[in-house]
Every structure is written in C-alpha cells, then in structure tokens.
Design a protein around this ligand. Sequence first.
Ligand SMILES: *Cc1c(COP(=O)(O)O)cnc(C)c1O
Length: 383
Amino acid sequence: MSSILNYMREIQMVDLKAQYEKTGHEIDEAISSVLRSAAFIRGPEVKLFEEELQDYLSVRHVISCANGTDALQIAMMALGLKPGDEVITTNFTFIATVEVVALLGLKLVLVEPSPGDFNISPVEIRKALTPRTKAIVPVHLFGQCADMEAIMEISREHGLYVIEDTAQATGADFFFTDGSSGKAGTIGNIGTTSFFPSKNLGCFGDGGALFTNDDDLASKLRSIANHGMKQRYHYDDIGVNSRLDTLQAAILRVRLRYLDRHNNARRDVASRYDSAFSECQYIAVPERVPYSSHIFHQYTIRVKDGRRDELRNFLGEKKIPSMVYYPGPLHTQKAYRYLGYGENDFPVTGTLCSEVLSLPMHPEMEDDQLDYIIHNVLKFFKG
Ligand SMILES: *Cc1c(COP(=O)(O)O)cnc(C)c1O
C-alpha cells in the first residue's frame, strides 16, 4: 500500500489548490472584472453577494464585514450589551467566540458541550443563567447546528438575545419539531459567519458577514460596521471599520454557487468514514442529531483509550495530516484564567480535548486518498 504514495495526490486537511484547479477560471474572471472596474471598496459585487447570500439563506438581511471575529463583535455592540452583562457560550470552540466577549468587557460565562455532538448543551445553559444573563452564543461546531429550538425556548423564557456563531456551518439546515426549517444563523437574533479560506464558504483572504431578520437591527449592524455612520459623516453609533473587499465579494459569488455541491461532497466523504469506522471499538464517529443537517466543516472522531496522539503520529508518518480541534479548554488558557474557573470545572470539555481528532475533509477528496486514510486508521488499531 505504501507505493500508492508515488502517484496519489498529497493529502491535505483542506485542499485549496485542488479547489482552485477546478473552479479557477471562473474566479480569475471575477477577479479581473473587479480589477478593471477599480471599485475595490464597496464595489457593486459586495451588494450583489449580500443579496445572493440573503436568497440562499432565506434571510431578510446579510451585512458583510471584514471577518468572522468582527462579525461577533459587531453583533454584540449592536445589541447594546454593556460591561458586566453576562454572555453564555461554550467552552469548546475557537477562541474568536470568547475573545470578543472579553474585549467588550462583558462577563464570559462558559458552559460544557454535549459530548456526542460537541455543541453547547441547553441543560448546561439553564444551569448557568443568572439575573444578569443577557445573551447566549451557540456555536454550530464542525458544521452541525446546536439545539436551536431548546436555546430559543430559553431565550424566550428569560428575554435573552441569541447570536449564532455560524462560522463553521454556513449552509446547514435546522429542522424544527413542527416540520419547518431554517438555515443556520437565521434563527437567533443575529447570525455571524466567516469566509476564512478553509471555511465551507471561503474566500481568498479574510471575510465575514452578519445575518438578521430584524430590519432595525440590520440598520444598526450596517452602521456599526461602517464607523457608526448612517448618513455620510453623521455618526449615530460608535462603530468600527469592518468591510468585505470587493475582490473577496466577487470570489464569494462564485464560491456560493458551489456551496451545496461542495457540502454534499463532504457528506459523501463523511459516510465513507462512518461506515469504515463504525465497527472499530476505539473510534466514536461524530454523532448526528435529528434537528440539523451536517455540512462537515470538520469530520471529528473521538479516539478512546488515550491513543489519540499515538494515532495522530502514526498517520503523520504515513503522510496523512490530522488536527486536534481543540487541544485545550478555554478556561485553562492563560489569558482567561482571570475568569476564576477551577482546572477541573469542565470535565466534558477536558475529555473531548484529549479525545478528538479531525481527519482530512474537503470536497476534492479522491477515492484513492480516502481508501488510504481509512486503511491506515484501521491498521493502527489492528496492529
Ligand atoms: C473561524 C471561526 C471564527 C472566526 O472567523 P475569522 O474570520 O477567522 O475571524 C469564529 N468562530 C468560529 C467557531 C470559527 O470557526
């Protein structure tokens, strides 16, 4: 099986080069039309992309901005959250989700995820509520929605805002028990996303957006993303400078046309992994919840018996990349010790951090690559 390395394309976690080889000509055209127009800031492509994403998501407003971290910050600013207000989010996420809470002087309240689907646990959210709780920030981790129906119920009961961090789940569907559905990021008050190149809907640099169905909130978000300006040189809000480049918008218009196709290709890879690993007692495949589709930003297994790092090294020797998202709970990071949590306050998060392993996952995966990855993962456990 090792001779296969001689002709197989090198395996990547995300193969942006292969993606460009497939859709590059359309991207090149989009870029050169922007270059010819020289409308680099607030060019027509920005508005067109926002409108196309609105249609795709069935949401009233898409407001583009510079990146997904800014999107979260702008959302919290627009909701008028004040220093000391408590914001509940998951301890098992990318740092961006929590850093904006801390930056704005809000009180960060971390809770455990559910171990099976990795998403924030509504039961744990309820335990963390206080009279000062103002908002909940669910993160749709790895491409599958958190339990938005349960979270919206908590928000209605307690009058809380909900900001969905959709950076890893743009295009995922949430299914309500009444049979209706909505796209990730369009259910809470505000959804935020990132167009970082490796996200499911990625551009060729940084980019982000906010989604909302609330007209007043939309105009506030737009104003804050643009220096707090509604009318030229009149400032109603304290804002920031956070724009999506015209070039990135033009690229994203092409990428959006492929989003569903690419997400389906990711699902095919995931089912191949699932069926290959389902018999392996050392591997827990990612749990699927009935209320969400999964778009597999990551395919993340849990490796039992403390053998995760050993497996990762073994795969590395076979030129198979893998990643640990995320290696440490946020409350133990130096910058967040001020929160005062005890080392062992989050046993679920701690266990996940020691067991999770994300395998290569992208729409351009070739059959021989997938066979090779699966063969080697199983070989590691069979010895
Ligand atoms: C990528 C990501 C972000 C931040 O997006 P940037 O565009 O890199 O700022 C925020 N939250 C989550 C969960 C992410 O995965």
